[in-house]
Design a protein around this ligand. Structure first.
Ligand SMILES: NC(=O)c1ccc[n+]([C@@H]2O[C@H](COP(=O)([O-])OP(=O)(O)OC[C@H]3O[C@@H](n4cnc5c(N)ncnc54)[C@H](OP(=O)(O)O)[C@@H]3O)[C@@H](O)[C@H]2O)c1
Length: 336
């Protein structure tokens, strides 16, 4: 028998843009799934740097889409593992009682229940826990798409040389593992405290991003440079890439108003010249990639790195931890 669904639920809410400190636990109505939607009982939600950007409304450029003066959805949490407890009309291929994972681009995971498009959910194999599965959609999906975006730089060599700039966070820890799995010789920049972890994940060499500037690395050494950290001059990244190689920018760094846009425009301009092509990645929700990532986790070929799991009651602290910018791998909040 399907358990009864309450009419209200606890949810972590921040009604105005601002830091995690202003996030409060409130009772909200349980959402009702509409056409093509399902209702999930949330089991685990993994947090991302993107949750912090939406929480802060920074850059301002995101506000026309996510809420001009305040967030349209005041509940953060975009990577969710849950159980389908109600099904809207015209839903095909998603079953009541099924355990799934999904990306919610507008957030909503830091609550007991969340409504999602049925077409976006991917079944969670029973041997992968909700806490591990929730790590995959955005961080794993972005790392996967960044390596795809490197294109010929990665596929034209038997053992391509890849540099992951900023390897210790959510995207970075997946990028190192996936690049190694694709047969690359991986170098990575990270803080000294995280070097043993990043080497265990598959990097053959790490450089300390605080003590060793990338300018000390040889020019033209890498078939692909994946920048997850930001803050490094584009010409410097381009210098590191081999002829025919590429630079992929995943980071959303930039100014308070336009965010990464000026850097993306400059990247496009620099790519016209003789240097390596620089590509700015806007990763999208890709259920087929999620299925591939789940299969790799099930086979033990990649291992999501979870820095810490937080109970639901401490979700605001988990958000504050991600906001501080030093997450190692992923931060996960267990369901209420
Ligand atoms: N383009 C897209 O579609 C897309 C999708 C997802 C994410 N992103 C972006 O990708 C970036 C990473 O996201 P995330 O969720 O993985 O972040 P995250 O987990 O919060 O990343 C935190 C990690 O970044 C490391 N780091 C920060 N500055 C660094 C630097 N200069 N050099 C080396 N490492 C550095 C930190 O190491 P320390 O503690 O040593 O400082 C920390 O371990 C964010 O900018 C995010 O907005 C973009």
């Amino acid at each position: 028998m399907t358990p009864a669904i309450a009419t209200t639920m606890p949810a972590w809410v921040r009604r105005a843009y601002g830091p995690a400190a202003g996030t409060r636990l409130e009772q909200l109505p349980v959402p009702v799934p509409g056409r093509g939607e399902v209702l999930l009982r949330v089991q685990a939600t993994a947090l991302n740097a993107g949750d912090v950007r939406l929480m802060l409304g920074d850059p301002l450029l995101v506000r026309p889409v996510f809420g001009l003066t305040r967030p349209k959805n005041p509940v953060r949490g975009m990577d969710v593992a849950g159980t389908i407890v109600a099904v809207g009309s015209d839903v095909v291929g998603a079953e009541l009682g099924e355990d799934v994972i999904v990306e919610l681009p507008g957030g909503g995971g830091l609550a007991s229940y969340a409504v999602v498009a049925a077409s976006r959910v991917v079944p969670r194999p029973p041997d992968i826990t909700p806490e591990i599965a929730a790590c995959l959609p955005i961080a794993g999906g972005t790392a996967w798409q960044a390596l795809d975006a490197a294109g010929a730089g990665l596929t034209s060599q038997a053992t391509p040389r890849v540099l992951i700039v900023g390897a210790s966070g959510g995207v970075g820890t997946f990028a190192v593992q996936l690049a190694a799995l694709r047969g690359a010789e991986v170098w990575a920049s990270c803080g000294a405290r995280n070097a043993p972890l990043i080497e265990a994940l598959g990097a053959v060499r790490t450089v300390d991003h605080r003590l060793s500037p990338l300018s000390e690395l040889p020019a033209g050494r890498f078939d692909a440079v994946i920048d997850i950290a930001g803050g490094i001059a584009l010409r410097e990244l381009q210098r590191l890439a081999a002829p025919g190689g590429s630079v992929v920018l995943t980071t959303g760094d930039g100014g308070h108003v336009m965010g990464p846009v000026p850097r993306m425009l400059k990247a496009a301009f620099l790519s016209i010249g003789r240097g390596a092509r620089i590509r700015s990645l806007a990763a999208t929700s890709r259920p087929e990639v999620l299925r591939e990532l789940l299969a790799l986790v099930a086979d033990g070929r990649i291992v999501p790195v979870v820095e810490r799991e937080w109970p639901f009651d401490a979700a605001a602290s988990a958000l504050a931890h991600v906001e501080a910018g030093h997450t190692v791998g992923k931060v996960v909040v267990r369901g209420a």
